[in-house]
Design a binder for this molecule. Structure first.
Ligand code: PAF
Length: 286
């Protein structure tokens, strides 16, 4: 497994597999790799002839008051994880390599960032879309792999790829969960033992709503009340949002009349956690 730090070396390393006609897979990450990332890496390695992982804590997707400096960085462990998964190349650039001091081009996927995390993290999705567009330009993958836990990020990347005619298959991979249902996240390491126990309420609350939808309940106001009440049931936390939204537009819904995404973002102590479930209502039979 090669590790490259600059764009020119990355392009050189990719010239050979590309000339061979290899299917090239890309797994963009910010490192601190966990079992959720391993799922992405393994899926890429299985589906592609040559697989690239990127490790880059992208400063432009963090607001000034967010955890850029504290974000976990575990490069040596990450290389081992990538190697074990079968990754062929790790691209681990510096911020200076990725962004010229006078860089003035960004990618905005308008509309989809108005909901869910968008209002709580101004500028975040412009940072994500821009860095992912740059990674697509550098690696030129045939397919790229993202976790469904970051549902809004996945929706925004899919829309960017569609609107800008990028020749990349965007693959959404299932959320990997701990035994108690907590979605794996690099930020889980911030949780104290007590907060970690409390965090299990997030998947439990999402499941409680999914069960009601499966039982035929359609009124979103009551379902979101259930979601928020359940989230608060195991101790104090701050809810950024507890929402039921359309899977394509991410618009909040009034009624469940088709597939929906039940999504929540909460702050437990200093840690912000997000999760979602994609839910299909029961068939009506008409
Ligand atoms: O999901 C992440 O880890 C990041 O948002 C991504 C896609 C690697 C872009 O920096």
């Amino acid at each position: 497994m090669d590790v490259t730090r600059d764009i020119a070396a990355t392009r050189r390393a990719l010239a050979i597999p590309r000339a061979r006609g290899d299917r090239i897979g890309l797994v963009p990450t910010m490192g601190a790799l966990h079992a959720g990332h391993i799922e992405l890496l393994a899926t890429a390695c299985q589906a592609c002839d040559f697989s690239v992982a990127t490790i880059f804590v992208n400063p432009t997707q963090f607001a000034a008051d967010e955890d850029l400096a504290a974000y976990p960085r575990t490069p040596e462990q990450d290389y081992d994880v990538c190697r074990a998964a079968g990754i062929d190349l790790v691209f681990q650039p510096t911020a200076a390599e990725m962004y010229r001091p006078d860089a003035s081009t960004t990618v905005t996927v308008a509309g989809l960032d108005r909901h869910l995390c968008g209002p709580h993290r101004p500028g975040h999705f412009v940072g994500v879309a821009t860095v992912v567009a740059k990674l697509f330009q550098i690696v030129q993958p045939d397919a790229a792999y993202f976790g469904r836990k970051d549902y809004q990020q996945l929706a925004i990347i899919r829309r960017m790829v569609r609107d800008l005619d990028m020749p990349v298959d965007v693959v959404g991979c299932p959320t990997v969960r701990e035994a108690d249902g907590l979605a794996l996240s690099s930020r889980n390491v911030y949780l104290s033992d007590e907060h970690r126990r409390q965090a299990a309420v997030i998947p439990a609350a999402l499941r409680a709503v999914a069960e009601r939808i499966a039982a035929g309940q359609t009124g979103v106001p009551d379902l979101t009340t259930l979601l928020a009440d359940t989230l608060r049931s195991r101790g104090p936390l701050e809810i950024d949002y507890a929402s039921i939204v359309d899977p394509d537009t991410l618009q909040p819904l009034e009624t469940v009349a088709g597939p929906v995404v039940v999504a929540a973002a909460v702050r437990i102590g200093q840690t912000r956690l997000i999760d979602n479930l994609e839910v299909d209502p029961p068939a009506t039979g008409d």
